[in-house]
Structures are given as structure tokens and as C-alpha cells.
Design a protein around this ligand. Structure first.
Ligand SMILES: Nc1nc2c(ncn2[C@@H]2O[C@H](COP(=O)(O)OP(=O)(O)OP(=O)(O)O)[C@@H](O)[C@H]2O)c(=O)[nH]1
Ligand SMILES: [Mg+2]
Ligand SMILES: [Zn+2]
Length: 310
């Protein structure tokens, strides 16, 4: 293909971040460009540009700014309900391959109920999820393993790591390589610290734990996507205190607990909610200890939350 001198071709790129109408896009050629959304796309209410979106960039015209002229179809999204009970969907990141849910072994104290909510959000978006337990320098490894024992049993990959000691970091780097991952989890668990430790060039802002935990303010605001040295991207997302579910029906909820899968089909009723019906194979599996009672309890609570909400 020949290009006329002085005429630049359109380019493809991935949206890394956006603030105040200016989007930072990384082109396939590895350049980073600032661009504005074409007016026509701005008005299309059905799709809001998000980090991770693949776009077509038109070279600067009279006004000297690149324009995003097209948003390519998304392979996947990580979406959740807007905080505070709002009803709009909020796309945190587009074209995500997997979610790494980070919790701390201590400081802040891990709440498995909350972890289950993060996992349900990933499952509801049909994204692979892995768990990373950070700050294992603060506890006995065996105690941390025991605390999170339900998760490998449910089929999740669980990493144990410490930014302090460097343990578990090579394993995490391995899981991120070549893929687009979103790192999520509560505030103060060390999401930004982990990414800084893996990729020193990133220089993400981290906060003293006392500040993060006590004042309850977030250090990271808005999702940022970072290109990884060997290919792939990772999105650092702000910690969440509240995890809402958007468009999740009670029927879909059971599918968000992967360890229910072998049993779900064997319930007496096809539309079993796995709570009160006789002949429920999921509850029988809980009784026999084949499905964790704590995970089942999370399911039951979320179920009533969803049915009382609507
Ligand atoms: N002891 C210990 N402290 C850690 C570890 N990793 C991070 N921290 C500390 O935890 C605090 C919070 O770290 P951040 O990286 O800002 O946490 P975050 O998850 O990005 O928080 P938000 O951006 O608010 O969501 C900082 O003071 C870190 O120094 C670790 O492995 N061990
Ligand atoms: Mg952060
Ligand atoms: Zn059932």
C-alpha cells in the first residue's frame, strides 16, 4: 500500500485511559496519542468508550487533534452497576481476558463474603478469574492458605504473594503475560503496589496503609490500562467498597458459582433456586461437604439480595 506524502493513514489502537474528553490511545505501532471522540460517536448513547476499547484513529485535521472515528466490537467487558444504587451499567474495561481479584491476608482484614461478590462480577461477565492473596508477610502462610481454602476447591487459581518480600511475584507476572487483565479488589490491598513491583516503570500512586484503611479514600481513581513489556495489558482499577450487580438475575447467579456446576443439573426441579426446594442436589452436596458451606451461604445471601432488589 502506498501513502501519499503528507497524508497520514488511519490507525488502530487501544484506549489506555481517558479524562475530561481526552483519550489516550496506544497505536498498534506502539505510539501513544491523545485523541478526542468524534461528535457522532459521542452522541451514540448505547456505547460509551472505555479503557481497553479498540478504536480507529483518524489523523489530525485542521484543529490538530487525532479523532476516534470508530469503536470496534468488544470481545468482552468487565461491567458493574454504578455505585450508590444507580441503574446504569458501568463498563470498567473492555476486551478483558481475565480478572485478578486481589485481597490482602491482613490489613485490611479479608472478608470472603466480599471476595465472593468480586468473583460473581467476573463470572457474570463470563471472564476468567484468579485470586491473589497479597501481604502474606503479615501472616503465617499456612493460616492464609486455610482461610482461602474454599477457592482452589471451587476451581479458582489462588496465588499467595507479598510486595514486601517479593514472594509470588514471578507467578503473577506469568499469569499476566500476553493477556489483558483487570486487577480488582478492595481499597488498600496493594493492587497498585503489586503492579509497581512487577513493572517498575509504571510508578502508580500508592498510599500509606493507615491512610488508605482509616480515611477510606481511594488512591487509584478510574481504570488505567498499561501496556506490558512483553505484550498484553493490565488495568489497575480503583478499590471498591460496594460491589453492585448489573442486570444479574437470580437464575444466572447459580452459574456464577463454578463449583455448583456438577450438581445444578441433578436437582429435581429444572428451575431449582437451590434454597428451599426438595431434591436439591446443590444443597445435598453442601450437606456432604462437597461444596463449601461458606460459599453456599454467600450464594443464598446474594440470592435474597437480588430478589428483594427487583
Ligand atoms: N505489609 C505489606 N504491605 C503492603 C504490601 N503490598 C502493599 N502494601 C501496602 O498497602 C498499602 C496500600 O497499597 P496500594 O497499592 O495503594 O493499594 P491499592 O489496592 O492500590 O488501593 P486503592 O488504589 O485505594 O484501591 C500501601 O501502604 C502499601 O505499601 C505487602 O505485600 N505487604
Ligand atoms: Mg491503587
Ligand atoms: Zn437445586
Amino acid at each position: 500500500m502506498t501513502v501519499d506524502a503528507g497524508e497520514m493513514p488511519a490507525e488502530r489502537g487501544v484506549v489506555l485511559r481517558g479524562t475530561g474528553g481526552v483519550w489516550v490511545v496506544r497505536t498498534t505501532g506502539g505510539e501513544t496519542r491523545e485523541a478526542a471522540l468524534r461528535g457522532r460517536l459521542k452522541q451514540a448513547a448505547h456505547i460509551k468508550l472505555a479503557v481497553g476499547d479498540e478504536v480507529v484513529l483518524e489523523p489530525p485535521g485542521q484543529d490538530g487533534t487525532w479523532a476516534i472515528s470508530e469503536i470496534m466490537p468488544r470481545r468482552s467487558v468487565l461491567a458493574r452497576r454504578a455505585p450508590g444504587g444507580g441503574h446504569g451499567e458501568r463498563v470498567v474495561a473492555a476486551n478483558v481476558d481475565q480478572v485478578i481479584v486481589v485481597f490482602a491476608a491482613a490489613q485490611p482484614e479479608p472478608h470472603v463474603r466480599m471476595l465472593d461478590r468480586f468473583l460473581v462480577v467476573a463470572e457474570a461477565n463470563e471472564l476468567d478469574a484468579q485470586i491473589l492473596v497479597n501481604k502474606i508477610d503479615l501472616v503465617e502462610l499456612e493460616a492464609a492458605r486455610a482461610r482461602f481454602a474454599d477457592y482452589p476447591r471451587a476451581g479458582y487459581v489462588v496465588h499467595f504473594a507479598s510486595v514486601r518480600t517479593g514472594e509470588g511475584l514471578p507467578e503473577l507476572r506469568e499469569s499476566l503475560a500476553g493477556r489483558t487483565s483487570a486487577v480488582s479488589g478492595p481499597s488498600g490491598v496493594g493492587k497498585s503496589s503489586l503492579l509497581n513491583a512487577l513493572y517498575p516503570g509504571l510508578n502508580l500512586r500508592v498510599r500509606a496503609v493507615s491512610e488508605a484503611v482509616n480515611k477510606g479514600r481511594h488512591t487509584t481513581v478510574g481504570a488505567w490500562l498499561h501496556p506490558l513489556p512483553g505484550g498484553g495489558f493490565v488495568a489497575d482499577t480503583p478499590g471498591l467498597r460496594e460491589v453492585g450487580f448489573w442486570g444479574l438475575t437470580p437464575g444466572v447467579l447459580a452459574m456464577c458459582f463454578p463449583e455448583f456446576r456438577p450438581w445444578r443439573e441433578r436437582c429435581r426441579f429444572a428451575d431449582c433456586s437451590h434454597r428451599v426446594e426438595p431434591g436439591c442436589a446443590v444443597r445435598d452436596a453442601v450437606e456432604r461437604g462437597e461444596v463449601s458451606a461458606a460459599r453456599y451461604e454467600s450464594y443464598a445471601r446474594l440470592y435474597s439480595e437480588l430478589t428483594h432488589d427487583s
